[in-house]
Structure formats: structure tokens, C-alpha cells
Design a binder for this molecule. Structure first.
Ligand SMILES: Nc1nc2c(ncn2[C@@H]2O[C@H](COP(=O)(O)OP(=O)(O)OP(=O)(O)O)[C@@H](O)[C@H]2O)c(=O)[nH]1
Ligand SMILES: [Mg+2]
Length: 165
């Protein structure tokens, strides 16, 4: 079966682990347990009748993001750039991380995810900022690891981009 490696990239506590846990196991926890190193999960999805096995690499938040961590990215077919919509700084961090990823493994398909969409009353990212990002032809998807909203779409869209790439 076709296998594709996908990395979760983003500032700490943006919801990388929670998105995978909801996507793969349909589980959400309010408790924050930071990821130590890297955790790998798998899920098979179907795209236009083709089975594709996604190997999901969940990396620890970026703070000590150094050469060692960049090496985790090797062999990736795509990545999910995760932003916490309730913390504006995580968007800036995502822009920086994208540059680092591209320096390390080149331009590959990615999706920008605005996570925690269930917490709209604490939302810190303005519509004009999202519009500016969309102008660059990026794919932006709003998600909630709590409700599950948008998550299926993220991986389906990314896998499609990878297969078409
Ligand atoms: N309400 C809400 N909380 C979320 C959502 N996604 C994640 N959280 C919470 O945010 C916190 C951090 O989530 P994690 O999934 O551990 O974040 P992470 O990006 O894996 O963090 P690191 O591994 O430290 O980089 C946890 O308390 C989660 O319960 C969401 O969509 N909605
Ligand atoms: Mg984590």
C-alpha cells in the first residue's frame, strides 16, 4: 500500500497531539501533556478509491527546535502547520517554522490549520490576516481537536495535494 509520511509542525500547545488523537483514536483530552521527542501514529484513508497509509509524525513544539528535530522531517511528503487561533504569537511562529522546514527539506505540500475553533470568544486572529494568507495560495482550514471539526478535511486535502504533487 502507498505510504506517506506527514509531520505535525507548530508552536507548543497548539494542538498537534490533540488533532492526531482525535483523527486516529476519536479521543480528546483537556489535559496538556507535552510531547517528548516524537510520537508516530498511522491511519489509512481513501482518496478517489485509492487506499493510502498516512504515517503521522507528531513532533514536540518548536521552542528548542534545532537540527536534531529538523532531521525528523526527512522523508516527509507533507506537513500540517498548526496555529492556536487563541494565541496570535503562534501564527508568527508558524511563519518562521515554515521557512525552517523549507530550508531543511524544500517546498512540499502543507496545510495551515487554525485550531481551537471551538474557542471563538478567545480568538486572536483577524479575518484580514487570514485573507492575506489565502492570497498566497495557501490552504487554510479551521479545526477543533475538541469537536473534531475540520480534521478529516485537513488530512484528506493534504493527501490529495501529495498525490497530485
Ligand atoms: N478547546 C480546545 N482545546 C484544545 C484544542 N486542541 C488542543 N487543545 C488543548 O490544548 C492543549 C495542548 O494540546 P496538545 O495537543 O498537547 O498540543 P501540542 O501542540 O501537541 O503541544 P506540544 O506537544 O507541547 O508541542 C491541551 O490542553 C489540549 O486539551 C482544541 O481544538 N480546542
Ligand atoms: Mg504534542
Amino acid at each position: 500500500m502507498l505510504q506517506k509520511k506527514i509531520c505535525m509542525v507548530g508552536a507548543f500547545a497548539t494542538g498537534k497531539t490533540s488533532l492526531i488523537s482525535q483523527f486516529v483514536h476519536s479521543i480528546f483530552s483537556e489535559k496538556y501533556l507535552t510531547t517528548v521527542g516524537v510520537k508516530i501514529d498511522k491511519k489509512t484513508i481513501e482518496i478517489r478509491g485509492n487506499q493510502i497509509n498516512l504515517i503521522l509524525w507528531d513532533l514536540y513544539g518548536e521552542d528548542e527546535f534545532q537540527k536534531v528535530r529538523m532531521s525528523y522531517l526527512r522523508g516527509s511528503s507533507g506537513y500540517v502547520l498548526v496555529v492556536d487561533g487563541t494565541r496570535r504569537t503562534t501564527l508568527d511562529k508558524a511563519f518562521q517554522l515554515k521557512i525552517k522546514v523549507e530550508e531543511s527539506i524544500g517546498k512540499i505540500p502543507f496545510i495551515l490549520v487554525l485550531n481551537k475553533w471551538d474557542m471563538t470568544d478567545e480568538w486572536e486572529i483577524e479575518t484580514y490576516e487570514i485573507d492575506a494568507i489565502l492570497q498566497q495560495d495557501w490552504t487554510v482550514i479551521k479545526t477543533s481537536a475538541k469537536s473534531g471539526q475540520g480534521i478529516e478535511e485537513v488530512f484528506q486535502t493534504l493527501a490529495s495535494k501529495i498525490l497530485n504533487g
